[in-house]
Design a protein around this ligand. Structure first.
Ligand code: HEM
Length: 188
């Protein structure tokens, strides 16, 4: 059996501090976020609100919703974790979906995400080059439903762009009402 770690609270704080330099911030859909110099990624409940932040987004890791056992096993067999020495590029892509998405039943959302959009199948081709972590924030309030985080080596960044472009063409993305694409880098 695959082990699912307990939920982890993660804060993404934009401002003057943090290990990651914000290289680019692109509004894709809906309202943008303000530009800042750096991003601090803090794990755990000790990550207190930062009054001086340009903005702060918080989310928690969670259990899987839509992934089938065979997909979860296939992902687990190839994926690598965050924090690899060579993975000095990152992307934080906060996403909000519309009310129509949330009005669907679980099986309908799964059908859109995978049978129609091939989200998992598409993404699988980019492992292990891209490491990822999905944070949920719809249930804890805030302006987004998901904070998606990705890390890769600089030479894989343009392939990652191909994946993001392909996902944005899918039926799943018809339900996305707000998306900001933030690209980052850190010292090797
Ligand atoms: C790097 C390859 C990727 C893989 C292997 C991958 C895989 C997955 C999987 C398995 C899920 C479902 C989790 C569940 O069962 O609850 C998921 C959800 C999600 N992914 Fe990806 N993904 C990838 C890239 C991306 C990218 C580039 C984006 C954003 C541009 C993205 C955005 C999302 C979002 C927002 C969800 C949550 C969907 C929802 O619950 O409605 N993913 N991904």
């Amino acid at each position: 059996m695959l082990r699912m770690p307990p939920p982890l609270l993660v804060s993404f704080t934009a401002g003057d501090a943090g290990a990651w330099t914000i290289d680019q911030l692109t509004p894709v859909r809906g309202e943008t976020l303000a530009l800042a110099a750096r991003l601090d990624v803090l794990e755990g409940s000790g990550s207190a609100p930062a009054p001086d932040a340009v903005w702060q987004l918080r989310g928690t890791t969670s259990n899987l919703r839509y992934t089938l056992r065979k997909e979860a096993s296939a992902l687990a067999a190839v994926q690598e974790g965050l924090g690899r020495a060579r993975a000095t590029c990152a992307a934080l892509i906060p996403i909000r979906k519309n009310d129509a998405w949330w009005a669907l039943a679980q099986d309908e959302r799964r059908a859109i995400l995978e049978e129609q959009s091939r989200h998992v199948a598409l993404g699988m081709d980019y492992l292990p080059a891209v490491a990822r972590r999905l944070h949920h924030c719809r249930d804890i309030g805030g302006p987004f439903d998901f904070l998606t985080w990705f890390e890769c080596a600089p030479q894989d960044a343009s392939r990652f762009d191909d994946l993001v472009g392909a996902l944005r063409e899918t039926a799943e993305w018809n339900y996305v009402v707000r998306e900001v694409d933030i690209r980052l880098s850190r010292a090797a």
